[in-house]
Design a binder for this molecule. Structure first.
Ligand code: GLN
Length: 195
């Protein structure tokens, strides 16, 4: 199973480590269109969504990544990666990949709580709570009917899934708990056996 991590900015090595620990036997850093070849899944890491979006356009990655997602290849966007996946960005007239039927609010947790860690209840991961690190995190304001809400915190949606697309407001690569990466690797494995 070969999984890619978009490597234009952000916590690439941490995602790669978690993906390997969760069962991916090959993890590649994606910087160019050629790197997307034969990937069974792709992680879009955190960082700064405007910068990552610009670099994706500069390196001509946008269309190919979009086509891969439409063809059913699982994608996992974390923090800025969630913003990249969203169809709508609150207060803006642009989107990036525009794949997931959600509206996100960037930097929505306020200044005094720009970064924090909290234990979340994510039912699809089991009963044990999940330690989540939020860094200038977005949240999902609105989700379409086809979107499954996986987790809410403080009355805000912070993790969701729509078919082959998985998104989280927080940084699952920054803790030792690999259950969310495991959940994604299961999505990749299921897609592979179905195709
Ligand atoms: N707030 C950032 C953005 O809008 C995302 C922050 C993060 O990925 N840690 O892109």
């Amino acid at each position: 199973m070969k999984v890619g991590v978009l490597a234009l900015q952000g916590a690439v090595a941490e995602h790669a480590r978690a993906l390997r620990a969760a069962g991916a036997n090959e993890v590649v850093s994606v910087k160019r269109v050629e790197d997307l070849k034969d990937l069974g899944g792709l992680v879009l890491p955190g960082g700064e969504s405007t910068t990552i979006g610009k670099l994706m356009r500069k390196y001509d990655l946008m269309d190919t990544v979009r086509e891969m997602a439409v063809s059913g290849i699982p994608m996992f966007g974390t923090c800025a990666g969630l913003i990249l996946l969203a169809k709508r960005i609150h207060g803006e007239d642009y989107s990036h990949l525009g794949l997931m039927d959600i509206e996100v609010d960037r930097n929505s947790f306020g200044r005094q709580r720009e970064s924090f860690e909290v234990n979340l209840n994510i039912p699809v991961l089991g009963e044990e709570s999940y330690p989540a690190v939020f860094i200038r995190a977005p949240h999902i304001i609105e989700a379409g009917a086809g979107v499954d809400i996986l987790c809410e915190y403080d009355g805000r949606i912070v993790a969701a899934k729509q078919g082959n697309l998985l998104g989280a407001s927080f940084h699952p690569e920054l803790t030792e708990d690999i259950r969310l990466h495991h959940y994604f690797i299961d999505m990749v494995a299921r897609q592979k056996s179905a195709s």
